[in-house]
Design a protein. Structure first.
Length: 480
């Protein structure tokens, strides 16, 4: 009997200890989970604070640049261009500028629309596209990283020769005049808080800021190219039959015509051998790093300094200048959605029209007898469908959507919380429109960063109509 009692007490104590141990373990796990959650929230909070500080720093830098422009007066520039010949008209319009504050106003001839900032953003986007248009060959995709653009050293051949596909206006001026023009455009983008939707390497911005760009920096940006060049040292050129000469051959992206540039006098007729391959490597490095783009950079800088004097930007880093001019190339859809507004206000006046007939509602695409309940339900669904579509879009289509609604495919530094127009901040806004026919495409108001979206009946219909609008309407004010 005593033994059984002792066993019972022992088992009871064992269960109590086990239960206490289990509770302690669960408490430790809970505490650990809470600490991890607090650490994640604290880290996220710290990141948000750092981002806000960085955005404020960049905004202050840009404000200081604008405030330090030589003249206190602000000159209004009213640019009138045809959309189909925007580059030609703009080059003729902005032949010379002087350092001062500017306020831009753009009118696309034969199109309706008052510029409240949206048309100016479209103008910068169109010129950005012209910079990398293969037809003009002013800039081209980098051989090392195609996401970056670089000046095309062979542009003088494209522009000076009367190629059949080039319009007459681009055959006459010297090719360097176009780089001077785009230098002015970059200066205007910086001084008017607009963006150029093109990514250029840090070495380009360093040179624009008057900083010394070392050969090491340029070689790092073109590492793959120089690795293959240096590989010649380990090859017996005479027996390898590489067919190399002291020249550079460039294939035109449009016509596939090859243009030859000599590295030394009569270089196209001097073969590379084991004896002179070191001279060839040195000549190629000099051409690639300096000779080929030096006149282009001088012309670009002269145009940029017409608007922004060097002395008021020389303190910037290349990264800062790149963010101020080009914004961010990365689109974070979660950040986009977080800082956007979807207007689902059912108190809007177009929902209170009791005198409308059933025929008119049917014409608009609504057939339910209880329209208000149907609209309220559809509003919630369409809002979800829209962001699902954006998440499913390719990066290229997201940029088209961003350009369709805001006039620019660049994300402001600091993310979507900092979208703006000429006068004030306007968040990316989706206005759901029960009064719009579901047979129509979405429309946009770039001056206010607003997309007007009909209440489509299905996700597939919304996805299809939205893609059609952004792909066909990004370059046409009549649609957007």
């Amino acid at each position: 009997m005593l033994l059984e009692l002792l066993i019972f007490v022992f088992l009871l104590i064992f269960q109590i200890v086990r239960w206490i141990s289990q509770r302690n373990k669960e408490d430790c796990i809970a505490d650990s989970t809470q600490r991890h959650s607090r650490n994640v929230e604290l880290q996220k909070s710290n990141e948000e604070v750092l981002i806000r500080l960085e955005v404020d720093r960049l905004k202050n830098l840009q404000t200081a640049i604008i405030d330090n422009l030589p003249l206190d007066s602000c000159e209004n520039i009213c640019i009138r261009v045809h959309r189909n010949s925007c580059l030609k008209d703009s080059v003729n319009f902005l032949k010379t500028l002087r350092p001062q504050k500017y306020k831009l106003s753009v009118t696309f001839i034969s199109e309706q629309g008052i510029d409240c900032g949206g048309l100016t953003k479209e103008w910068f986007s169109i010129l950005s596209a012209a910079m990398i248009n293969p037809q003009y060959s002013l800039f081209r995709s980098s051989e090392v990283d195609p996401t970056f653009a670089e000046p095309n050293s062979f542009s003088r051949h494209k522009i000076q020769h009367k190629l059949f596909f080039l319009p007459s206006w681009i055959r006459k001026p010297k090719h360097l005049d176009y780089y001077s023009f785009f230098g002015r455009v970059f200066g205007l983008a910086l001084s008017t808080r607009n963006h150029i939707s093109i990514r250029l390497k840090n070495s380009f911005y360093e040179e624009l800021l008057g900083k010394t760009v070392t050969d090491e920096t340029l070689m790092i940006e073109n590492q793959q190219y120089f690795d293959s060049l240096h590989a010649l040292r380990g090859i017996e050129v005479n027996s390898a039959n590489l067919d190399l000469f002291f020249c550079v051959n460039e294939r035109d992206e449009v016509t596939n015509k090859i243009t030859t540039e000599d590295l030394i006098y009569n270089g196209r007729n001097i073969p590379v051998t084991d004896t002179n391959k070191e001279k060839y490597i040195a000549a190629m490095k000099k051409y690639k790093l300096r000779s080929s783009v030096s006149p282009i950079m001088d012309a670009f800088k002269s145009g940029f300094y017409e608007v922004i004097p060097l002395n008021i930007v020389s303190h910037l880093s290349a990264k800062d200048l790149s963010l101020l001019i080009a914004g961010s190339d990365r689109i974070d859809v979660d950040d986009w959605q977080k800082h956007s507004v979807v207007n689902t206000n059912l108190n809007s006046t177009h929902l209170h029209v009791p005198l409308l007939s059933d025929i008119f509602y049917s014409f608009l695409g609504y057939t339910s007898s209880n329209r208000r309940i149907a609209i309220k339900t559809n509003v919630s669904e369409v809002s979800k469908w829209f962001w699902t579509a954006v998440h499913c879009f390719s990066e290229a289509d997201r940029k088209l959507l961003l350009r369709f609604v805001t006039g620019s495919s660049s994300v402001p530094f600091g993310g979507f919380a900092h979208l703006h127009n000429t006068n004030s901040n306007h968040p990316f806004t989706v206005l759901l429109r029960p009064d719009f026919s579901i047979h129509h495409l979405p429309t946009s108001h770039t001056c206010f960063n607003r997309l007007d979206l009909p209440l489509y009946n299905s996700y597939e219909e919304l996805h299809s109509k939205l893609l059609t609008a952004v792909r066909e309407g990004a370059d046409h004010f009549g649609i957007s």
